[in-house]
Design a protein around this ligand. Structure first.
Ligand code: AGP
Length: 607
């Protein structure tokens, strides 16, 4: 889960390379490096540990110019975060410099063999076998392309690879298998990138590479070929709809806050997705004997939410399975439909689950945010959620939009299965259409209060997030937000679990947030308040988030956040937005690196 970029032009491309790698930093940022073709005689490699800006300064990277270059930002998988383990890697003769994303699973055997043949290794990485293989096969064939194809045929596992070589100084060679890779097509300069952000400032025309393809990219031309047959593959040029301005912060201090505030718009976009596509998904959910929802991390919690909403509205039980557990857990066959949820469309665990499902003959579908991503092309049917680029590593607007689409789908399925009437369908859909306005109100009127709570309680070491029914997955996702951005211990839990052991933890050091449902669900409302009382009886702190405009007895909550009443169907969305803000403000109070929190990458492309 790293970012690759490359550029080849007539003149110096070092600035384009710098912008590209900076735009890809959210994919991984423990170290980074650049390889530039310096004239036609030498490759300059500059790399170090740290963020892109820091490494560029430390290594004086912009002092070096070149017309062909590649760059890489890393999130360590094999080997420690050290300068030696940072990409690019060179061959012994320094005539090849390589960057890679993915995992070469047979690298140990290759490394042993190459060492026995006299190659010297400086790193612990899997990637370093690649420049040595290129060097070896170039010596044997005298052709860079043949050396590349021979190298690729040796590799097992996943890769997006790009390299430059002294032997063909005006070209970038690249290939992909199970890791994303695109070409950016401009008149004067051609680009290579892990995603659009690598070159979106310069061109909106992209060629999306598929598995087992390689490309040779020059300033004025490119060719894509099959790694298996070496035949030329005709590739369409895709026009990217996102503009570069959309990807920038637009005046917000962090992308996370910007993306939280964009949610009213992303809900509208989510409600605008192609009805025909939606109906095709509903058909499959209805007709297949079994259906499963898969996602991981935040998207697993989105699928858990969907599990509840499908049961409640359509009467169809559609289990949610964490992608990484899918193969162990879920029996699927030709009469199954597996619906995956993924912001990036590049998550390894979800891709593996889908591949397994396909191998068993199941029909597959996905809701994804990134056009042309691996998942969007792997499945039989895709819904593009249209949330625009989500740059912050923490997922907010994309997850909320996925919940909207799944709620809409559940309503359609409910209608088809006659579990709800036309009137109920229309009323619920109207509530979803009104949701952006309600969220705008929360963002504008409640963020001050949430900021105060977050700041006041920034040093709390343990939070319990509690909810019943559909508020349980909301509690899980809310706790994940707190953990990943503020690095504060937070556990999501169903309220019902409290008296089965967790109450023993309640003391001055454990604070609770309880998501109270609207009063209309009387049984659940009362049961949730009973859980609050259990905590308060042990003098535990409770922040209650509820819709009761009259306010509550001061004894019941330690703090209360009162939200204007909303229709039941949209209440979970409101709780989630409040939790996003709470996590964000806690993180800023603790001076965390909000958009690039530690130990997390935007696209987790390894297993
Ligand atoms: C979300 O804030 C996390 N970054 C993470 O859990 C993420 O949701 C997960 O890795 C799945 O990513 P995807 O939606 O791109 O598949």
């Amino acid at each position: 889960m790293c970012g690759i970029t490359g550029a080849v032009g007539l003149k110096d491309i070092s600035n384009q390379l710098f912008e590209g790698i900076r735009n890809l930093e959210y994919r991984g940022y423990d170290s980074c490096g650049v390889a530039l073709m310096n004239g036609k005689r030498a490759i300059v490699v500059k790399k170090n540990v740290g963020y892109v800006d820091d490494v560029y300064k430390k290594e004086n990277v912009l002092q070096h110019q070149g017309h062909t270059g590649i760059a890489h930002t890393r999130w360590a998988t094999h080997g420690q975060v050290t300068k030696n383990n940072t990409h690019p890697f060179s061959s012994c003769d320094k005539k090849f410099a390589v960057v890679h994303n993915g995992i070469i699973s047979n690298y140990q055997a290759l490394r042993k063999q190459l060492k026995a043949e006299g190659h010297k290794f400086i790193s612990d990485t899997d990637t370093e076998v690649v420049p040595h293989l290129l060097e070896k096969f170039y010596q044997e064939t005298g052709s860079v392309e043949a050396a590349f194809v021979n190298t690729l045929r040796q590799l097992e596992g996943s890769y997006a690879i790009a390299f430059i070589s002294i032997h063909q100084p005006d070209q970038i060679f690249c290939a992909r298998r199970e890791s994303p890779l695109l070409l950016g097509i401009d008149d004067e300069v051609k680009y290579v990138g892990s995603d659009f952000n690598a070159f979106i400032d310069h061109t909106k025309n992209a060629v999306i590479m598929d598995d087992d393809e390689y490309a040779i990219v020059s300033r004025d031309a490119y060719v894509v070929k099959s790694t298996v047959t070496q035949e030329v593959v005709a590739k369409p040029v895709t026009r990217i709809e996102w503009d570069s301005e959309t990807t920038r912060k637009g005046g917000y201090p962090h992308y996370m806050l910007k993306e939280i505030y964009e949610q009213p718009q992303t809900i509208n976009n989510a409600l605008d997705v192609d009805e025909k596509k939606m109906d095709e998904f509903v058909d499959l959910l209805d007709k297949k004997a079994t259906a499963q929802l898969v996602g991981v991390g935040t998207t697993f919690y989105v699928t858990m939410y969907a599990n509840y909403i499908f049961s409640q509205i359509s009467g169809k039980y559609i289990p949610a399975i964490s992608s990484d557990e899918f193969v162990s857990l879920s029996p699927v066959d030709g009469d199954s439909f597996v619906l995956a949820i993924s912001q990036s469309g590049e998550t390894y665990d979800t891709i593996s689950a889908l591949k397994h499902a396909k191998a068993q003959g199941a029909a597959t579908g996905a809701i994804v945010n990134v056009m042309g991503s691996t998942i969007s092309r792997l499945v039989d049917k895709t819904i593009l959620q249209g949330s625009g680029p989500e740059i912050c590593v923490i997922s907010t607007k994309a997850a909320l939009a996925q919940m909207v689409i799944l709620t809409h789908m559940a309503l359609k399925l409910g209608l088809r299965r006659k579990r709800i009437t036309q009137r109920q369908y229309k009323a619920s859909l109207k509530s979803l259409h009104d949701l952006p306005e309600v969220i705008n109100g929360i963002l504008n009127e409640r963020s001050g209060f949430i900021h105060r709570i977050a700041h006041q309680h920034r040093n709390v070491k343990n939070w319990l997030y509690l909810g019943r029914g559909i508020y349980y997955p909301i509690a899980l996702e809310s706790a994940l937000k707190m953990k990943e951005v503020a690095y504060v211990h937070a556990e999501g839990m169903p309220c019902g679990f409290l008296k089965h052991g967790t109450l023993a933890m309640i003391d001055d050091d454990v604070y609770s947030i309880v998501f109270i449902p609207p009063k209309s669900d009387k049984a659940m409302y009362q049961a949730t308040l009973a859980s609050v009382a259990e905590i308060r009886a042990r003098s535990g702190f409770v922040l209650g988030i509820h819709f009761d405009e009259r306010g509550k007895d001061k004894e019941l909550f330690s703090e209360e956040l009162i939200i204007p009443q909303v229709p039941d169907i949209v209440a979970p969305f409101i709780h989630l937005v409040i939790s996003q803000l709470l996590a964000y403000f806690t993180a800023t109070s603790l001076k965390r690196n909000v958009d690039k929190p530690r130990s997390l990458a935007k696209s987790v492309t390894v297993g």
